[in-house]
Design a protein around this ligand. Structure first.
Ligand SMILES: C[S@@+](CC[C@H](N)C(=O)[O-])C[C@H]1O[C@@H](n2cnc3c(N)ncnc32)[C@H](O)[C@@H]1O
Length: 190
């Protein structure tokens, strides 16, 4: 069944963003100021709302990665199409590191079975955490989307140990029926 357009979808379109997800990042950034000065890496960037937001609000180059294409051509934007875990792609991302902020709105393909979907999300986020740590600047920030299923607390604890501050945040722009939350970690201590 086709989902009806909601207030956030219409607002995103009127502002030139391809997806309503931009308002989740906007809320996160307003509350936690995650876009510090320096390069930003946007993992799971398609269709491109978060990358566009970063191009407007971050003070530094923006790198986006996704399996799907992103059609942004703007100075300061580099998009790499492919799997985050492809070794060649990781080499390219590593050569542009360190990043002041790493964002991941990446989501696994969902089945509708919450147990399966949260397990896939857990695996994806765990891998992204381990990939991101060596690429982050000291003092850098990390934002990760994760599906709540119970075990995500273990992943959050990985962040608590390596950042000055870490919070679990559910933006108002997340759909009511969604079980996604965001880990927002600031001040990477290495
Ligand atoms: C919810 S969308 C991201 C929306 C984006 N933040 C925006 O504002 O336009 C999640 C994206 O994660 C991407 N993704 C999931 N797993 C990935 C992987 N292993 N490598 C690259 N992209 C991945 C999907 O292709 C999908 O486009």
């Amino acid at each position: 069944m086709k989902r009806q357009q909601d207030h956030y979808t219409r607002k995103a379109q009127s502002m030139g963003y391809p997806a309503r997800s931009v308002f989740k990042l906007e809320e996160i950034d307003r509350k936690f100021s995650v876009l510090a000065k320096g390069p930003v890496l946007d993992l799971g960037a398609a269709p491109g709302s978060w990358s566009l937001y970063c191009l407007k609000h971050a003070k530094g180059p923006v790198y986006g990665v996704d399996l799907q294409e992103v059609s942004i051509t703007a100075p300061g934007y580099t998009f790499i199409q492919g799997d985050i875990f492809d070794p060649g792609l990781q080499e390219r991302l590593t050569s542009a590191a360190p990043y002041t902020t790493i964002l991941s709105d990446a989501a696994p393909s969902t089945t509708g079975n919450r147990t399966v979907d949260t397990a896939r999300s857990y695996q994806l986020v765990e891998s992204i955490i381990h990939f991101s740590f060596p690429l982050l600047s000291r003092g850098g920030n990390l934002v990760l989307k994760v599906f709540q299923g119970g075990d995500e607390r273990d992943l959050f604890d990985l962040l608590v140990r390596r950042f000055d501050k870490a919070k679990i945040f559910k933006p108002q722009a997340s759909r009511d029926e969604s079980f996604e939350v965001f880990f927002v970690a600031k001040g990477y201590t290495g």
